[in-house]
Design a protein around this ligand. Structure first.
Ligand code: SF4
Ligand code: SF4
Length: 484
């Protein structure tokens, strides 16, 4: 049964095709026919009920006011960069600092060894990319992440982090294998002093079978804990390889809550040399991942605790209405990812859903925004107080009743405009999220057009993650054009 139509690509020749999203046997499938290569049907989401629940959170963004490229609708993903048809602004911008690496992983296609050349933009080119990102309208990109290859191979990394702060990025991140950070606590101190906000640590498991650099990762996390630098663990999840350790990874994160702020699970996407048999054997979709977390945490964290990323759009609306200023909007496609927060307490892990009836909480945020829109300046505080009372009801409806900690956060943030409260919140809570990057077997142009994670390139473009690394794979062209 067809549930939706979309645009997609032929997995062989990348021709733009009409796609049908269908439901059958309790799963969701992507179907399309290429005039040259025939019919293809691939798994999109393994749980149709969860797909429908997430579908309700569809929220299309407003794009950017100053796109880098003009592109007629229907041409995506040709002439990418960020184009006039793109529907979301940049939330997180990746900048590949180098394709050199200090590991030699067999599966890696994104390194100098596999490419046969070095890609390494100059300091000035990187500064240009960052300035372009901060000039995005109506909202400058709030976060930059240095990636690679292995970005710690750059001698000017500290200078680049300092420059990113100077240019105005509130959030500066580093995606790393953590090898150098494990070896040298002095370097971790320097990263923190330069202004780094968070380390995105590639971390595939808690045993030596799933994670060949486990000892190094543990040391890197310990060094970050000593220095007070936040870490997000980033496991690539492969069915049959490490999907049995998702619960243990969450527990590892909870045990290291002083440093670890979150886990960002990435179900494997089959790019590079991967073939269809690899995909059939190792594919894991978001619902299977979430079910695995539920099973492996003994039901402490449930699949139903997770929400799609655009669920937080009502918060942006509220702050926009309250302040009159355009805000960052979390509008990736509703089927790109899922997330929740888990509080680490003396009694163990408590998902936020046990503290708040999330759905009625979102409704009260929407009601409050409506009231503020109608209320005018004079009634602003009255509306706020009334709205917060309504929000409190969503705490009462939750399983564990009103929670002082969360209540305090909402009060401080909304009434007193104290956004430090959010920082406090993050230190007590663990973010657990997942994003399923696409590959040729599940490529949905409807998703990539809404992407909020973009790569900046030396020629002044912004390429969404899933066209940079898959589909047309702009990475190859960018790297080879700007090779050293
Ligand atoms: S992915 Fe976005 S920026 Fe790229 S071509 Fe499509 S709509 Fe344009
Ligand atoms: S990176 Fe891919 S999976 Fe993530 S938001 Fe962008 S299009 Fe969706």
């Amino acid at each position: 049964m067809k549930v939706k139509t979309t645009k997609t690509l032929c997995p062989i020749c990348n021709a733009i095709l009409e796609g049908a999203i269908t439901e059958e046997g309790g799963s969701i499938w992507l179907e399309r026919s290429c005039p040259e290569h025939g019919f293809f049907r691939n798994l999109y989401w393994s749980d149709a009920a969860l797909w429908h629940k997430f579908e309700q959170y569809d929220s299309v963004g407003r794009g950017v006011e100053n796109p880098n490229v003009e592109n007629p609708p229907g041409n995506c993903p040709e002439n990418c960069g960020l184009c006039s048809s793109h529907k979301s602004g940049t939330l997180l911008a990746n900048i590949d600092l180098t394709n050199r690496c200090n590991l030699d992983c067999d599966f890696c296609f994104a390194n100098a060894r596999a490419c046969g050349f070095v890609y390494e933009p100059s300091f000035d080119q990187i500064v240009g990319m960052m300035q372009m990102l901060r000039s995005q309208k109506p909202v400058p990109a709030p976060a930059v992440q240095f990636s690679g290859g292995e970005p710690t191979m750059r001698d000017d990394l500290m200078e680049l982090i300092r420059k990113a702060k100077e240019i105005g990025f509130p959030q500066v991140q580093l995606a790393t294998n953590g090898i150098k950070m494990a070896q040298d606590i002095g370097m971790v101190k320097d990263l923190k002093a330069a202004g780094l906000s968070t380390v995105y640590l590639h971390f595939d498991g808690v045993t030596k079978e799933t994670n060949s650099k486990l000892k190094s990762d543990e040391k890197a996390v310990k060094n970050c804990e000593e220095v007070g630098l936040g870490v997000v663990l980033v496991p690539t999840i492969i069915k049959g390889r490490n999907d049995h350790e998702t619960g243990a990874i969450v527990r590892f994160a909870a045990d290291h809550i002083k440093a670890v702020r979150g886990v960002n699970f990435q179900p494997i996407s089959f790019t590079g040399a991967a073939v269809e048999e690899d995909m059939q054997r190792e594919r894991i979709t978001i619902p299977e991942l979430l079910q695995g977390i539920e099973d492996q945490t003994g039901g402490v964290i449930r699949e139903s605790d997770f929400y799609p990323v655009p669920c937080v759009v009502p918060f942006s609306d509220l702050v926009e209405t309250y302040t009159g200023m355009p805000q960052v909007r979390f509008t990736p496609h509703q089927h790109c990812g899922a997330a929740t927060y888990v509080f680490i307490t003396d009694k163990g892990m408590v998902p936020i859903n046990r503290m708040v009836d999330v759905e009625s909480f979102f409704r009260s945020i929407e009601n409050l925004t409506e009231k503020l829109k109608k209320g005018g300046q004079l009634n602003k505080y009255m509306s706020l107080i009334e709205g917060i009372r309504e929000m409190n009801d969503s705490f009462k409806k939750s399983e564990q009743g009103s929670t002082a900690q969360f209540w305090k956060l909402i009060g401080k943030t909304l009434v007193m405009q104290n956004f430090d409260a959010l920082r406090e919140f993050h230190w007590n809570a663990l973010f657990i999220g997942t994003m399923h990057f696409m590959d040729r077997y599940n490529y949905d142009i409807g998703r990539v057009q809404r992407c909020c994670i973009h790569y900046a390139t030396p020629d002044g473009k912004l390429i969404p993650f899933c066209t940079y690394n898959s589909g047309p794979v702009y990475r190859e062209k960018v790297w080879s054009t700007h090779r050293k």
